[in-house]
Design a protein around this ligand. Structure first.
Ligand code: GLN
Length: 292
């Protein structure tokens, strides 16, 4: 690697070398390009316009070391410190779950539900906010909204606050450091949204190495059957929502039936709806509260 970093080579030959080194990862070429753009501090589009450009020593060293990290399966988002979500850039690190594209379905469903009343301030609670994506995107898109975002990790909340400042919505989000399972949530809300940990404990080690080696277990581990958080959230949310308030939850793709059953057996929800992601997997469950 040192030899390579010191050698005068073009951008396209570095990319070829990297693609070869990353043969084991899911998208070698894309990752190599993203890491090259990051190393040169330019966009991927600009990058593609100069394939014959030479890298200077500092650029080459930065690129080679980022490829070495990726070879060890560190996520691209941890190397660059950035993940795009809802066409916005969010700071991420190993203390928060890197936003997944399928979580955009959850955002889209919430926005659809509140599209008709944009002028009244929507009061929103985001449970387990992590990097803050749900709280921040909803605050941005629903410009009158007031959001409470809770997380039990102070380090997560630091990332979330930084992201809220970056996207100029910090003054409308109240970040609360509290455990999802213990906090006495303030109330009432029009919308409670959550992407809770939902992976079955014993399946964690079967996830991609990027996930189980580098991402925070507490953002992923949903207990023995992956449903621990839903068992808590479904009954509690009813108490904290206005009548006809919306509960919107991301779920694992095998969990729709169980989460719907939790809602049905509580007899406190109506209009229960399961929504699929772009791959056709069940991904979101929505329900409105009925008056007790
Ligand atoms: N979708 C994530 C994954 O499969 C899990 C997110 C979660 O537990 N909320 O890696």
């Amino acid at each position: 690697m040192e030899v390579l970093a010191g050698t005068k080579m073009t951008l396209s030959s570095y990319l070829e070398w990297a693609q070869h080194k990353l043969a084991e990862v899911a998208s070698p070429r894309l990752d190599a390009e993203v890491l090259m753009a990051h190393s040169l501090d330019i966009s991927r589009t600009v990058l593609m316009a100069y394939p014959e450009r030479f890298l200077n020593r500092i650029e080459a060293e930065k690129f080679c070391s980022s490829i070495e990290r990726r070879v060890l399966r560190e996520p691209v988002s941890h190397i660059t410190g950035i993940q795009e979500f809802w066409s916005l850039e969010f700071a991420v690190n190993d203390k928060v779950l890197t936003p997944r594209p399928e979580t955009e379905i959850l955002v889209a469903q919430c926005l659809k539900a509140f599209a008709k009343i944009p002028s009244s301030p929507v009061k929103i609670l985001d449970l387990g906010t992590g990097s803050g994506i749900l709280a921040i995107v909803l605050a941005k898109e629903l410009s009158q909204s007031l959001v409470t975002a809770i997380d039990n990790s102070a380090q997560s909340l630091e990332v979330a606050r930084e992201n809220a400042l970056r996207h100029a919505v910090a003054e409308r989000i109240n970040f609360v450091s509290a455990s999802l399972l213990e906090t006495d949530w303030q109330r009432p809300y029009h919308l409670i949204v959550s992407n809770p940990p939902y992976i079955e404990s014993e399946n964690l080690s079967k996830c991609m190495p990027e996930v189980w080696q580098y991402e925070p277990t507490q953002a992923l581990d949903g207990g023995r059957d992956g449903l621990d958080y839903y068992r808590f959230i479904v009954p509690m949310a009813w108490e904290k929502l206005e009548e006809n308030g919306l509960l919107a939850l991301e779920i694992g793709h095998t969990q729709a039936e169980a989460v719907v059953a939790l809602m049905e057996s509580s007899k406190r929800y109506k209009g229960i709806q399961v929504v699929q992601d772009y791959s056709g997997y069940d991904r979101v469950v929505l329900a409105r509260t009925v008056n007790g």
